[in-house]
Design a protein around this ligand. Sequence first.
Ligand code: GLY
Length: 341
Amino acid sequence: MISRRKFILSGAAGVSALSLRGRVPVPDDKNTDIGTANKPVVIATWDFGVAANRAAWKVLKNGGRSLDAVEAGVRVPEADLKNVTVGKGGYPDRDGHVTLDACIMDEQGNCGSVAALEYIAHPISVARLVMEKTPHVMLVGEGALQFALDNGFKRENLLTPEAEKAWKEWLKEKKYQPIINIENTSFTTERLPGNEYNHDTIGMLALDATGNLSGACTTSGMAFKMRGRIGDSPIIGAGLYVDNEVGGATATGVGEEVIRTVGSFLVVELMRQGYPPEEACREAVVRIAKKKPDMAKQIQVGFLALNKEGEYGAFALQKGFSYAVCHRERQDLLIRGKSLY
Ligand code: GLY
């Protein structure tokens, strides 16, 4: 474990003065503490990351591989029918189809991804198989479904009665109006009774006992999206990126803006230059805000990062972003992420 100061100093050679200048000041900049954990450690976006981390921890605490941990972890919200933004139970597109996006990346830079996948409850496991069993990185739509079925995945209806009800409600106005921290619902009325989740993509990063990093990211995407719309989550470098020499990053929020900045890759490259995780996430958020200042005030984008030393951090455009941390001392830590606005 190394201190923040030491880390900055150790990476200082790579940080140009230019890149550290001109950042947009943030209101809650006083507290610059960052988290550090001895490996193994797993972190995940949003409140539902706590339950997901617990599943990942079962793998990590016994010396398991980070890749197995992140897959096991994100399968929890994928299976949670109350979660309207990930997996089965996710809100459908504007035509009523539940289409899922996911990607996974291991310590060797291998990666797999599926986009616009229908009828399969665990897209993350299909993404892993794309990585492990095909010469490709990404399969989409019909082809991804065919691949999943050929590999024994069960075809099932992913549209729950609750999600269908919400979709029919949305059809009355057909209005796209992202709500901060509820981007994936794009839903102008109250969330469904009994639905405790109002959040977004799960992105998870793990550092295992051997010091290897992996990541996973999975979502049902923006609710009531256009048919065929794909966000950042299945796109390597946007929704997720892992470089085992440096660290990993993942994103949540309005995927279009994450794609435009190749956000997760940017965060990892900033960490390579010596930025601590939180600072790297902040810089990526600031780039989004600089490009479209008016729009950035109305949407949420958050980044989460973990470096090779077990240091972690996050930063979001708006208040309300949370992330969960799990390591030997604390298995259920939930941290309120800092924000630009
Ligand atoms: N971040 C998830 C999406 O925009 O689809």
